[in-house]
Design a protein around this ligand. Structure first.
Ligand code: TXE
Length: 483
């Protein structure tokens, strides 16, 4: 049995009051370890360690901070096989996905922000016939909180801590209580990477307890959060009146818009991937597939033919493409959405049930069949609420305007994909769709320099590249007389 600990200052330790939470492997339903159930007093200790470390870390030259980030990236790389196995076991995702996406990206996040901070520019404003020069001094904020979800555990954890640390802040980070293991593994290498004690603290526990303690701590100045929209709204209600900086990356209900002039095979293959990768548990997954009328039947039939043959399998088997969903509660939530869609009159084209266990090891695991509906109107719950599972709907459109209208008929606005060979149309549709990200004839291509985030209920703020470094710094305008 694994026993996870908090990293506070230089110490790996249990929660102050000695309480624990069970850690469950979703593919088997078995308890595989326990993690500290931390509370406000653990956050207070982490804050004290971080505040003590801040004066030195914030004035460490960027090359020194970058070196620590690069060393941590290297340690991830050296331990990538164990990390990928742990991520797959903890989350239920196929091990091949953890090996090819999650762990390499965690390493890249740290390496990327090590380089980014070395090149982070600042602005100057020099009027004609100058008597004064203004320049922007970007200072680290202080002690900041980073709260990450369970779907891409180490990937999103590092995506938040890397720019925060690079910019000279000290961090209190909380991974999801549902998938804490890889953050725990990382916490054992933080000091080895050269970070002074207290610069990065990692506390485990429940969102409403330790997460809430981070968000409401009076001296933690900024919160970077990725997770559900309801949680994001709650965090904003707490942190807003305290005038904290906030970056909220929330849910999605992303449309894939398939025009008749698309590259049919590429659109089909990629839409299947964008719908069911990580069992549909990526905030960027497509969940509403909008198809132009003239190819609707052909696209639907080809999609169903392929999706109907997909079955979840043991995530630890190398060839597995679909694994377990993350928890029993989440499986129940997905199944409730499926039942509600049927009650609302949607036609089930394939899936719709809990999947059989793929082998004896996985008898107690949480598996859902990939599920496709049609005939659900845009106002149906299944087209309005985020399911965050392997469930999609197909809708028909006749005109470009109707496609944009349908795409925008959800409260969310994170990402969209557009499939057409007509570049002008693709550009017009991208401009018309209310989303922070639009992919044309591709999906999940991520350049870490680009702005990442959503509009509407998908959140506020942008991460990635300079956006993240700007978020994690406080700009001060300095005006110098040169007369
Ligand atoms: O998210 P939560 P959950 C969506 C998706 C999913 C839903 C719920 O729809 O079904 O969110 O998932 C911490 N103060 N996404 O329950 O609860 C929590 O401990 C401070 C979309 O995991 O939002 C965890 O570390 N922190 C998403 C993190 O917030 C709190 C990815 C996310 O948990 C807190 C995952 C509080 N009061 C889920 N309550 C995406 N967009 O990538 C919880 N937390």
């Amino acid at each position: 049995m694994l026993q996870l600990l908090n990293l506070i200052g230089s110490e790996l330790k249990p929660a102050n009051d000695g309480e624990w939470l069970d850690q469950i492997e979703p593919a088997t339903g078995e308890i595989t370890g326990r993690l500290p159930r931390s509370k406000a007093s653990d956050v207070d200790q982490a804050y004290a360690a971080a505040a003590q470390a801040f004066p030195t870390w914030s004035t460490t030259p960027v090359e020194g901070r970058a070196a620590c980030l690069r060393k941590l990236a290297q340690l991830i790389s050296h331990n990538s096989a164990q990390l990928a196995e742990a991520e797959s076991r903890d989350n239920g995702k196929p091990i091949s996905l953890a090996q090819s996406v999650d762990i390499p990206r965690a390493e890249q996040n740290l390496a990327f922000f090590a380089s980014a901070i070395e090149q982070f520019p600042s602005e100057a404003h020099i009027p004609a016939g100058p008597s004064h020069i203004n320049y922007t001094h970007r200072k680290p904020i202080g002690v900041v909180g980073c709260i990450s979800p369970w779907n891409l555990p180490l990937y999103l954890f590092t995506w938040k801590i890397a720019p925060a640390l690079a910019a000279g802040n000290c961090v209190i980070a909380k991974p999801s209580e549902i998938t804490p293991v890889t953050a725990w593994m990382l916490s054992q290498w933080v000091l080895e990477a050269g970070f002074p004690p207290g610069v990065l603290n990692i506390v485990h526990g429940l969102g409403p307890e330790v997460g809430q303690a981070i968000v409401s701590h009076p001296s933690i100045k900024a919160i970077s959060f990725t997770g559900g929209t309801v949680t994001g709204a709650h965090i904003a209600r707490t942190a807003g009146p305290m005038f904290k900086k906030m970056s909220l990356e929330l849910g999605g209900k992303n449309p894939a818009i398939i025009f008749a002039d698309c590259d049919f095979e590429k659109a089909l293959q990629t839409t299947i991937r964008s719908s069911f990768a990580n069992q549909g548990q990526i905030c960027l997954c497509s969940s509403r597939i909008l198809i132009e009328d003239s190819i609707y039947d052909r696209f639907r039939d080809a999609l169903i033919e392929k999706v109907g043959r997909m079955q979840p399998n043991d995530p630890m088997i190398p060839g597995t493409k679909m694994g377990a969903v993350v928890s029993l509660a989440h499986r129940d939530k997905i199944m409730e959405h499926i039942q509600s869609a049927q009650a609302e009159g949607a036609t089930l084209l394939c899936g719709g049930s809990i999947a059989d266990a793929p082998n004896a090891r996985c008898e107690g695991g949480y598996f859902v069949q990939p599920t496709v509906f049609e005939d659900a109107g845009p106002e149906c719950r299944i087209n309005q609420e985020e399911v965050f599972g392997p469930v999609i709907t197909l809708q028909r459109f006749h005109t470009e305007n109707e496609a944009v209208q349908l795409a925008n008929s959800s409260p969310f606005g994170l990402a969209c994909t557009i499939w057409t060979q007509h570049i002008g149309k693709a550009h017009r549709v991208a401009a018309g769709v209310e989303s922070g990200i639009a992919w044309i004839n591709c999906w999940l291509v991520r350049d870490l320099r680009t702005p990442f985030g959503g509009v509407k209920d998908s959140g506020v703020g942008r991460e990635g590249g300079w956006n993240a470094l700007q978020f994690f710094t406080e700009p001060q305008n300095v005006c110098v007389s040169i007369t």
